[in-house]
Ligand binder design. Structure first.
Ligand SMILES: Nc1ncnc2c1ncn2[C@@H]1O[C@H](COP(=O)(O)OP(=O)(O)OP(=O)(O)O)[C@@H](O)[C@H]1O
Length: 219
């Protein structure tokens, strides 16, 4: 589904942050992306989300060469990718419900077709009492769970999550992990960037380990 070949990335004239990245993310796969702080996990997720372009090498996204895809087509391709940003990126003027329903609204779906699903998912992530409030009154952990619900809502082909359990307690982290596993069982490929060893130990999944700009993969 995604293929990187000798990909390298530098910001501006700075050093190469990622080098010689050659790997695949197969359809329906489940993997953790880990490595020390500053190793480039967020940068790699941004490449996977097509919001950064590599400075060298080839990236194939959904079997197309990214360098050949016109910029105007990228938003359409990004809709096939769910992403949970480290800083959540909820829209301040929309309620929790509206934020989570947004991907479906943007697609032009009728509210009656998704309303119950949004509410059910919000209850599942423990936000049943926070459905109609604005992000400003949510705690960090609640914002994180709203961002996760939004990324899952549209059943993406691939889900990218940057430290998705960074702001929640261990029982909620396990709940979120089981939600990702359920999504994966339904066919979504999942990439979770994390430092959380206890979280990784709960699943026998592929590990992509970044160190000093290089990637090792343990199947
Ligand atoms: N926009 C940018 N411009 C210049 N340098 C950047 C930019 N974003 C990140 N970097 C640098 O790239 C390197 C990798 O950063 P990145 O955020 O990808 O690491 P990370 O592994 O996600 O770190 P953490 O685990 O702390 O979130 C760091 O040295 C960082 O300072």
């Amino acid at each position: 589904m995604i293929h990187f070949e000798n990909v390298g990335l530098r910001y501006g004239m700075g050093p190469e942050i990622l080098r010689d990245m050659t790997f695949d993310i197969p359809k329906r796969s489940f993997q953790f992306l880990t490595g020390p702080s500053g190793a480039g996990k967020t940068t790699l997720l941004r490449l996977l989300f097509m919001s950064l372009h590599p400075t060298r090498g080839i990236i194939r996204m959904f079997d197309r060469d990214l360098s050949q895809i016109p910029r105007a087509e990228l938003p359409m391709l990004r809709r096939r990718v769910g992403i949970v940003f480290q800083d959540f990126r909820l829209l301040d003027h929309l309620t929790t419900y509206e934020n989570v329903a947004l991907p479906l609204r943007v697609r032009g779906k009728e509210e009656s077709s998704y309303r119950n699903d949004v509410i059910e998912l919000l209850k599942w992530v423990g936000l049943g009492e926070r459905i109609n409030v604005l992000p400003a009154v949510l705690s960090g952990g609640e914002k994180q769970r709203a961002a996760i619900a939004r990324a899952l809502m549209d059943r993406p082909e691939i889900l990218l999550a940057d430290e998705p359990t960074g702001n929640v307690d261990p029982p909620m982290a396990r709940r979120i992990l089981s939600l990702f596993m359920e999504l994966n069982r339904l066919g979504t490929a999942v990439v979770i960037a994390t430092h959380d060893l206890a979280l990784m130990d709960q699943v026998d999944a592929r590990r992509m380990i970044l160190t000093e700009g290089r990637l090792d993969i343990y199947e």
